[in-house]
Ligand binder design. Sequence first.
Ligand SMILES: Cc1cc2nc3c(=O)[nH]c(=O)nc-3n(C[C@H](O)[C@H](O)[C@H](O)COP(=O)(O)OP(=O)(O)OC[C@H]3O[C@@H](n4cnc5c(N)ncnc54)[C@H](O)[C@@H]3O)c2cc1C
Length: 602
Amino acid sequence: MSYTKENTAVRKFDVVIVGAGGSGMRASLQLARAGLNVAVLSKVFPTRSHTVAAQGGIGASLGNMSEDNWHFHFYDTVKGGDWLGDQDVIEFMCREAPHVVYDLEHMGMPFDRNADGTIYQRPFGGHTANYGEKPVQRACAAADRTGHAMLHTLYQQNVASNTTFFVEWMALDLIRDADGDVVGVTALEMETGDVYALHAKAVMLATGGAGRIFAASTNAYINTGDGLGMAARAGIPLQDMEFWQFHPTGVAGAGVLLTEGCRGEGAILINSEGERFMERYAPTLKDLAPRDFVSRSMDQEIKEGRGCGPNKDYILLKLDHLGADTIHKRLPSVYEIGHNFANVDITKEPIPVVPTIHYQMGGIPTNIHGQVVVQAGGDDNHVVNGLYAVGECSCVSVHGANRLGTNSLLDLLVFGKAAGDHIVEFNKHTPHHKPLPADALDMTLARLNRLEEASDGEYAQTIANDIRSTMQSHAGVFRTQATMDEGVVRVAELRERVNKVGLKDHSKIFNTARVEALEVENLIEVAQATMVSAAARKECRGAHTVEDYEHPADHPTAPLGRDDVNWLKHTLWHSQTNSLSYKPVRLKPLSVETIPPKVRTF
Ligand SMILES: Cc1cc2nc3c(=O)[nH]c(=O)nc-3n(C[C@H](O)[C@H](O)[C@H](O)COP(=O)(O)OP(=O)(O)OC[C@H]3O[C@@H](n4cnc5c(N)ncnc54)[C@H](O)[C@@H]3O)c2cc1C
């Protein structure tokens, strides 16, 4: 069987959103409430999107439990991101934070409560009061199931507002017309194996992260970077892809996450000598230093022979001193995870953990309205008409080179809503759809038909596994120029293999082999963007740590050298040419003074 234009149906909506995680559903809610005809596509049932796994909380300076305000949150986010974040959008996010949290509360989100009825807030890594003086309680939490509560709340509100969901549909490619405007998206209905062109005035990518380009990951299996692959194939660059966050506390050997909320509630990290080593690396914030800091410190302890266990290859997270009551009340899922994935009763003994891939700081470049932007005609932020991106797949650049915990759920809410509002206005001035171009389906049909004809090529999962192990060994917590340069060569070879992926099973009904073969084409875009961007950045910043550089001369305990003279700039990777360009970081906030770069100690 081959896929043809004749057997591809067209359907028409005002807006198509690809992704039903927190960002996609926050945006769709705004659109559906305004009466737009909005379709939301998802590879899985909406409430199974990765947002459901978020545990610790949503950052907002409500000040319910300790003195706080958005200026502190703003400062922490800029410093946490090692000055690579754009300060205008960071200001916007931190100022909007209390509003979007109260919106959620009014929708019925079951937050934990204080005795006075206000929302419970716990401390989290890198969040401080008084500009770094001491930890602050800023993470709004529903036990350790905050994402679960949030995603279900948003789904229910969308159902009430008549959002149309296309469940188990996989978007394949963006449709751009001769002007470069986005006018729709192609998609595969997994149940039938049929392909559709979804014609829209605007398309929004909300496909989440691509943590599955690494072997050890806290991410869901569906996090294959499809939106990034779609953007890259459509000629849109990917921004700051060298910056990947390792979460300090993945369960050793399993990858499953133990929320930073554990340390927020008072858990500590110890080495084989029983020492609380974070006191040495970050005297003020200790175990609650930002994630890049803590992950590096853990790896350093392991490298210097103070790892735990028979192979001295993990660190222990100690929670028993919190008491069983607190653990059962505040961290019930962590308790279960301990049992199920490490056979440990965390109320009695410490649990083995290692830094594990968790989050991508980079993504599809956007402006404050969620509109996708590219470099064109001397403009670094030229809008691609009809295309929006929100959530982890996007890079509005609030997280810079290292995200603070709780700022992602916040990012989804703030920019999901902002993008939704922008589209509502755009729709008012856009009564008609632009026509679909004659070649709308060409790229998708070519991809599908190549697979139909390639029965004897390599199995997609074999290549996907090789991508994962390559990324694991060439783009880890500590990188060197030599390992990154070698990684660039390896990934180029993997791309050649991806071009020849085979598909033995050509059946149409729920053919997951076809889905996986299509996903590998997205994995490779993300992997190559990461490797090439990383090898080119000749400094250390945030999560990008290259051992070839020295500590700052006057600060031997600060991270290895950052080079603000040459590298205070965003990377843009272009798939078609496998090349890079750069654009400046926006250091000017909206209403307050710039926080100038300084040495980053905690
Ligand atoms: C275990 C874990 C715990 C976390 N805890 C926290 C926390 O406490 N606080 C915090 O701020 N952040 C946390 N994070 C990060 C945060 O949860 C994520 O960054 C965020 O939820 C991503 O949301 P999203 O809307 O961008 O995408 P997701 O929630 O990942 O949703 C992506 C959606 O896109 C769909 N999709 C993907 N590709 C396609 C395609 N080709 N076609 C159709 N649909 C597609 C998927 O089906 C899904 O619906 C955590 C992350 C993990 C992994």
